[in-house]
Write a protein that binds this ligand. Sequence first.
Ligand SMILES: O=P(O)(O)OC[C@H]1O[C@](O)(COP(=O)(O)O)[C@@H](O)[C@@H]1O
Ligand SMILES: [Mg+2]
Ligand SMILES: [Mg+2]
Length: 329
Amino acid sequence: MQTLAQHLTTQGIQAPLAQLLTTLADTSKAISDAVRHGALAGVLGATEQENVQGETQKKLDVITNEMLKDALKADNSVRGLASEEEDHIVEVGESGDFLVCFDPLDGSSNIDINSLVGTIFSVLPAPQGELSEQSFLQPGRQQVAAGYVLYGPSTMLALTTGQGVQLFTLNPETNEYLLTNEAMSISKDTSEFAINMSNQRFWEAPMQTYIADLLLGKIGPREKSFNMRWIAAMVGDVHRVLSRGGLFTYPTDNKNSEKPYKLRLMYEANPMSFLVEQAGGKASTGYETIMDIQPSEIHQRVAVILGSANEVDACLEYHGQDYSEEPSL
Ligand SMILES: O=P(O)(O)OC[C@H]1O[C@](O)(COP(=O)(O)O)[C@@H](O)[C@@H]1O
Ligand SMILES: [Mg+2]
Ligand SMILES: [Mg+2]
């Protein structure tokens, strides 16, 4: 089995990017260790702080953010970073080739129940000139690499540099990532979907109708039974989609009119969309392709519908229809 380093060489990845991906992978090993030790390392529970998005930070959100920030600051291929847990962008070096956007710990609500969590990252080219938030506001299409690390029963790294998606498993004996799947591929069709059903009454009409039709099973217009899963950590749900197909969505809702979307474009939706497209799937908001969105700010949120291509298309058909006759939400 190839190590991550051997794989990056085989793929012809240039030294600065290989160095950055190694930094991210090495830091994830330390995060995996902290997560694994849990209460024994005193890393569980919440802090008294909120992040810029008004969410109470868990201790592990803060610890993992610091670990990644410190590691990236020491990497001369990095020019700047943006994180879910940082109010503003952080300038790292004057000459690095890359910008890194990350969600240091995805699935924060799972921490205290010892369930799946992960780290998500996106790598963008650093533009010339002075660094500002504007430098980061590039469509996901510009990403040169993206991936996630899943801290589950085994620690896994899914990575794309635009040459398919490779999955590595952390060998606990040697503390090395080994290539265990050379080409993750999402089946075109599926009979599994993932959505937080408790928000049903807040969704837009197209999503209401689409999910209602899935729930009708064989007697409905889709004429087949669907199964549902919800891990409450995008990283876990997307990993399942990459592993055995499926549709994952966190759609628009009107629960809070100031926050119609939950997931963040720059460090959740874009990197996951890059992985999903590279594995043969699709990723959309319902109205536009996620990776083509021109971001307006680093903590921007978007609706997300991703996964098996034919199922995403089926869902998009509902979004193309006229619901003006339907009772409004
Ligand atoms: O609380 P809900 O509605 O189940 O939301 C779960 C979603 O929120 C998230 O946990 C948000 O990510 P963070 O934990 O990084 O804030 C997603 O990973 C997940 O899909
Ligand atoms: Mg997250
Ligand atoms: Mg997070």
